[in-house]
Design a protein around this ligand. Structure first.
Ligand SMILES: NC(=O)c1ccc[n+]([C@@H]2O[C@H](COP(=O)([O-])OP(=O)(O)OC[C@H]3O[C@@H](n4cnc5c(N)ncnc54)[C@H](OP(=O)(O)O)[C@@H]3O)[C@@H](O)[C@H]2O)c1
Length: 325
């Protein structure tokens, strides 16, 4: 009911305020929610906007579109492929060396496949939405921590999550300790529970945000980490899903990406009170009991532990990036 009410009766307000002096990075911003969030930030005067995309030509077309509609001249396209861990590391290094500051980072790139596809030994959604996004967050921390210290500000790292986490029954939680990620990527298990795969990724993102904030409180980490639900939006996300149900759902209930992206701008502009929080309709929302009750907390601890271990295996010492100097 909450979902239907939100889709039918709530409209996130049109972003105002100004982002003068701020550097904003948005991943997955050649189209959809990412591009529309970029357009809002550009319109509101962000000093510098980086569209982080895997296809430079598409990114350039988005930049041209943002320039044409807002007159914003300081929008740039940078390459980032979230399925390639080296690309994630190089992207963060480039931000560290070429940018003066990073105030707002919207980790928005996400994938919803119609069928199993393996990337880096994992199912693609697990590799991109969970492992890649967490690796990117950890790699961006040094620059964002430096921004906090140097400019006496509190940057924000926002992940675009989804209300669909509520539909994840997460049957793979019964896997033995240390084996959940492997089971989540196991082809047979994936095929059995495929309709769950995207929701589980979004549940995992929520777990990660909550876990990071539990490990690194707002006083230890000078960067706010939050997660935002943009609501169901008409975008290219379901490009591979050709079903009448999906088509009808979008037709009746979906927001435009221009409207949905307002929630990304709100989350990125939010303060310390949103550290570790789930935002929906531009408000902090308590996640469902399936996340907060004892079983949910145990699932969160077990899955987050595995994701943190996975990024440490890719890049030993990367978790140190969250800690103070
Ligand atoms: N639309 C909704 O109803 C909805 C609801 C809740 C949450 N979300 C979330 O919102 C975010 C944006 O989705 P959207 O609706 O705007 O869909 P979209 O139009 O399909 O945008 C997804 C973006 O992610 C990029 N991407 C995918 N895989 C990537 C990779 N390996 N490396 C780099 N970029 C990659 C895509 O790039 P390409 O164009 O090159 O593929 C695209 O720019 C996603 O995280 C999604 O889960 C969407």
């Amino acid at each position: 009911m909450g979902f239907l009410y939100s889709q039918l009766f709530k409209t996130p307000s049109y972003p105002d305020g100004n982002f003068n002096g701020k550097t904003v990075i948005i991943t997955g911003s050649n189209i959809g929610l990412g591009k529309e969030a970029g357009r809002h930030f550009a319109r509101l005067g962000a000093a510098k906007l980086i569209l982080a995309v895997r296809n430079i030509d598409k990114g350039q077309a988005a930049t041209d579109d943002v320039l044409r509609t807002t007159g914003h001249k300081n929008t740039h396209v940078w390459n980032l492929d979230m399925s390639d861990y080296k690309s994630i590391q190089s992207f963060a290094k480039r931000a560290e060396t070429e940018l003066e500051r990073v105030d707002i980072f919207i980790a928005n790139a996400g994938v919803l496949r119609a069928e199993y596809n393996e990337v880096n030994g994992h199912e693609e959604g697990i590799a991109v939405n969970i492992i890649g996004t967490t690796l990117l967050m950890a790699n961006m921390m040094p620059k964002m921590r430096e921004t906090a210290a140097r400019f006496n500000t509190r940057p924000t790292f926002t992940i675009t999550g989804s209300v669909s986490y509520e539909y994840a029954t997460f049957p793979q939680r019964s896997a033995p300790d240390g084996a959940i990620l492997a089971v989540l990527s196991d082809r047979r298990t994936c095929e059995k529970y495929w309709s769950q795969q995207y929701s589980i990724c979004k549940l995992a993102q929520l777990f990660i945000v909550r876990s990071v904030a539990e490990r690194y409180s707002e006083s230890e980490l000078p960067v706010t980490i939050n997660i935002v639900n943009p609501g169901l939006c008409r975008s290219e996300l379901r490009r591979e899903i050709q079903s009448w149900g999906s088509w009808l759902l979008e037709l009746i209930f979906a927001r435009s990406t221009q409207v949905g992206s307002r929630t990304l701008v709100h989350a990125g502009a939010s303060g310390v009170e949103t550290h570790g929080k789930y935002l929906s309709d531009c408000m902090i929302e308590e996640p469902k009991a399936m996340v907060t009750d004892a079983a949910g907390q145990e699932n969160q601890a077990r899955l987050s532990y595995e994701v943190f271990k996975a990024i440490e295996d890719i890049q030993p010492g990367v978790l140190q990036n969250f800690k103070g100097v």
